[in-house]
Design a protein around this ligand. Structure first.
Ligand SMILES: Nc1nc2c(c(=O)[nH]1)N[C@H]1C(S)=C(S)[C@@H](COP(=O)(O)OP(=O)(O)OC[C@H]3O[C@@H](n4cnc5c(=O)[nH]c(N)nc54)[C@H](O)[C@@H]3O)O[C@H]1N2
Ligand SMILES: Nc1nc2c(c(=O)[nH]1)N[C@H]1C(S)=C(S)[C@@H](COP(=O)(O)OP(=O)(O)OC[C@H]3O[C@@H](n4cnc5c(=O)[nH]c(N)nc54)[C@H](O)[C@@H]3O)O[C@H]1N2
Ligand SMILES: [Mo]
Length: 695
């Protein structure tokens, strides 16, 4: 049977699911899907193990022990819904509905189940959540240059002379891009990967530029400098499709390769060679990742990268251009699902999700958060400043409900846990942020235990709280039909019936897809080297490199915490999802930190030692992997282990800051200074569950 991978990944793979006796027994990639091409990642290949996990939540549960301990007793759905409605009526009468905070992200990318809570919390008048944790900063930067978040279709990189994988570890995070890269390479493309450490993707490239973290903006400016100095600019494209070139040119004077080399940590020769290679052909395809935006200056970095194909004219080439994300290519009207019109006026306050810890612990907040409803997310593990998040979740006077598939770190803090269906048990419609196909998935097995989809739970809650808008009567199928009908020309002719028949349909967009060939949907209608919009917001109008607020140039912090610590995804988890899997934990081996030989030597750390990584925000224990896959001065902690599987019960995000980056309100997860000390030899223990109590 056919399905779609629901996880927060640009690939949105088309799946083939084998079911026997009501159980999922095998999951593979659909061989006939043009983007999936039969290839899926090692995580979803084991999906039966997730769907039928012993950690699945079978029934609603009520807390029967201290918060965080994970002691629960069964309750019925009726009792759980009645209790939530009763508690919330009390909160609303006492403090107003803004004292209730929804918290969700992209546990599922299915449009109906992702947006399921929006109309309900809008109608209730609850605090609004700014969902910034992933793409907001990158998208704000990209939009500043090209006015929208799309780019050349990545399938078009086959035929390119140069492919640049810039801050994207596609071999881990969207492996189908590597299928395209391989084919491009077979056709003669030179592949460059730009990343502070030697990722699996870097190892498959022809060249790896091991930049210092957070300096890509400076690198992009140096490339622009060379393009202009060497006369590699496509004047015809610049004249017809861009604005601000005349102001950009003098601005680049400060970015000569010799000035930038010590900043980015690459030789002058390397920078010049890369820039000349980039300028030599319009068939250059940049596939930029979201990861490189998770820095204090991340928005500007993405803005600067988006300028490069506008200098060479690559945006207009059928095998060139750039792609950060294809999200805005899908012309849905999300108001159909979100229903902002149901909100009271004035609209309720907005809370930035990356500052959940502050929101839960700030005594001065009026009204204080008295109740938290979590779905599609595991904030105890994924949010920065984790100590503060856990302190908030431990509040005795916070009424917390968690709707989850599995017993996550967050669920263990809940007063009520509600069981959620997986994507194989409910219906949904999927877009993608890496390709251009709309897909429909219908259930392949009935819900396990008493699990219910998000939309069903919000409908029940609406009924229990007397919210009688007819919207809450709609079925998932009705919502999908309405969403499809709401679309712009990109969705014309893509109906529910057609999707039921074909499962996956490409957007109505031309081939080749060259959205910026003649300009871009910015206020000027051009690709903007100079952005009056940014200027009006108090940002530099031209692409500008600003050193990290928390980085090696910080005079005082860098003395106490001399190592930059980046925290990218690992191979076998997806954010913290799949950390529940014994099989995948074993493959991932253990929570570890990569340390360069010189840094390890200076601290008496040997490969395999147990080390403590710490800063003013917190401290967590990892196994050191001493490797020249990372630069001196840069430590790397991959992936998010549930903190219950970390020694000491604390995970990577105790180290990361809830500081907001330059644009879009997203986090600066990788702008992170730490120190590391040896605590002892490795004891052979592998990813055992922590016995430390949750504080
Ligand atoms: N296996 C796996 N797959 C995933 C995920 C996962 O957790 N695991 N997460 C999913 C999600 S939610 C997302 S948003 C996507 C993200 O996937 P990507 O877009 O690939 O982004 P990241 O993997 O976060 O970061 C990519 C790379 O950026 C690098 N990086 C960090 N700082 C810098 C810098 O200053 N400069 C440069 N050039 N590079 C830098 C990191 O080292 C990392 O290798 O992946 C999705 N896919
Ligand atoms: N250190 C570090 N921290 C990071 C990142 C990083 O690279 N490094 N990446 C950041 C990024 S890019 C992101 S996107 C965030 C991700 O943060 P989250 O969106 O919280 O990601 P997950 O950890 O995958 O948690 C999603 C949860 O949703 C549940 N779920 C799945 N489907 C459903 C459903 O249909 N209904 C309900 N009710 N629940 C469901 C899953 O079981 C899972 O526990 O983390 C961020 N945090
Ligand atoms: Mo993400």
């Amino acid at each position: 049977m056919k399905s779609v991978c629901p996880h927060d990944c640009p690939s949105a793979c088309a799946l083939v699911v084998t079911v026997a006796d009501g159980r999922v027994v095998d999951v593979t990639g659909a061989p006939d899907h043009p983007f999936t091409q039969g290839v899926i990642c090692g995580k979803v290949h084991e999906y039966q193990e997730r769907v039928h996990s012993p950690l699945r939540i079978p029934t609603p549960l009520r807390r029967a022990g201290p918060k965080g301990r994970g002691e629960f007793e069964r309750v019925s759905w009726e009792a759980a819904i009645a209790e939530i409605a009763d508690r919330w009526r009390g909160v609303i009468a006492r403090s107003g509905a803004e004292a209730i905070l929804p918290f969700s992200y992209a546990g599922t990318m299915g449009r109906v189940q992702y947006h399921a809570g929006h109309p309900f919390f809008h109608a209730l008048g609850a605090s609004r959540l700014d969902r910034t944790i992933c793409v907001s900063t990158a998208y704000a930067g990209w939009r500043a240059t090209v006015g929208t978040v799309t780019g050349n279709d990545s399938e078009q990189m086959i035929g390119a002379d140069l492919v640049v994988l810039w801050g994207i570890n596609a071999a881990y995070t969207t492996i189908n891009v590597m299928t395209l890269v391989r084919r491009a390479r077979e056709r003669g493309a030179w592949v460059v990967c730009i990343d502070p450490y030697r990722t699996r993707t870097a190892k498959q490239a022809d060249e790896h530029l091991m930049v210092r973290p957070g300096t890509d903006g400076a690198l992009a400016l140096a490339v622009m400098h060379v393009l202009v100095a060497d006369g590699l600019v496509d004047r015809a494209y610049v004249d017809r499709a861009t604005s601000g070139f005349d102001r950009l040119v003098p601005h680049l004077a400060a970015s000569a390769p010799a000035a930038v080399a010590p900043v980015v940590g690459l030789s002058v020769d390397t920078i010049v060679r890369f820039a000349r290679r980039y300028g030599a052909s319009r068939k250059s395809f940049i596939r930029a990742g979201i990861g490189l935006s998770r820095h204090d200056n991340g928005g500007m970095t993405c803005r600067a990268i988006a300028c490069l194909p506008a200098l060479t004219g690559a945006y207009a080439d059928p095998n060139g251009g750039a792609l950060l994300s294809s999200t805005d290519a899908f012309g849905f009207d999300l108001a159909v699902l979100e229903r902002p019109d149901l909100m009271p006026r004035p609209a309720p306050r907005v809370i930035n999700m990356i500052q959940l810890g502050r929101a839960l612990t700030d005594e001065r907040l009026r009204p204080r958060i008295e109740s938290l409803y979590v779905y599609n997310s595991n904030p105890a593990a994924v949010c920065p400043n984790q100590e503060l998040v856990l302190r908030g979740l431990a509040r005795a006077d916070l009424f917390t409900v968690v709707h989850e598939q599995v017993m996550t770190d967050t669920a263990r803090y809940a007063d009520l846990v509600l069981p959620a269906t997986t994507s194989l048990e409910h219906m949904d419609l999927y877009k993608s942020f890496g390709h251009l196909y709309v897909q429909l998935a219908e259930p392949v097995i009935p819900p396990l235990g008493e699990a219910k989809p998000n939309w069903e739970v919000f409908r029940r809650l609406a009924r229990a709280l007397g919210l009688d808008d007819p919207h809450f009567e709609k079925t998932e199928e009705q919502l999908i039909r309405e969403l499809l009908a709401s679309g712009d020309a990109s969705l014309a002719g893509i109906t529910f019936e057609r999707l039921r028949e074909e499962r996956s349909v490409r957007l109505n967009l031309p081939r080749p897809y060259l959205p910026f060939a003649e300009g871009a949907p910015t206020p000027s209608g051009k690709v903007e080297f100079y952005s009056p919009t940014l200027e009006a917001l108090g940002h530099p109008a031209l692409p500008t490199y600003t050193p990290l607020a928390e980085g090696p140039d910080h005079p005082e912090l860098a003395r106490r915490y001399p190592l930059q610590c980046i925290v990218p995804p690992n191979r076998f988890f997806l954010n913290s999802s799949f950390s529940q899997s014994e099989l995948l934990r074993a493959r991932q081996k253990r929570p570890s930190v990569f340390v360069a030989p010189a840094d390890a030597g200076a601290r008496g750390i040997a490969d395999g030692d147990r080390v403590r990584v710490y800063n003013d925000r917190g401290s967590a224990v990892f196994t050191a992997e001493v490797t020249d896959d990372t630069r001196t001065g840069v430590a790397v902690i991959e992936g998010i282990w549930w903190h219950r599987f970390q020694r000491g019960g604390r995970g990577v995000n105790v180290l990361t800051s809830d500081r907001v980056s330059d644009l879009g309100g997203g986090p600066a997860l990788h702008s992170n200074l730490v120190e590391i000390e040896r605590v002892g030899p490795e004891d052979g223990q592998r990813a055992a569950e922590s016995t430390a109590p949750d504080r």
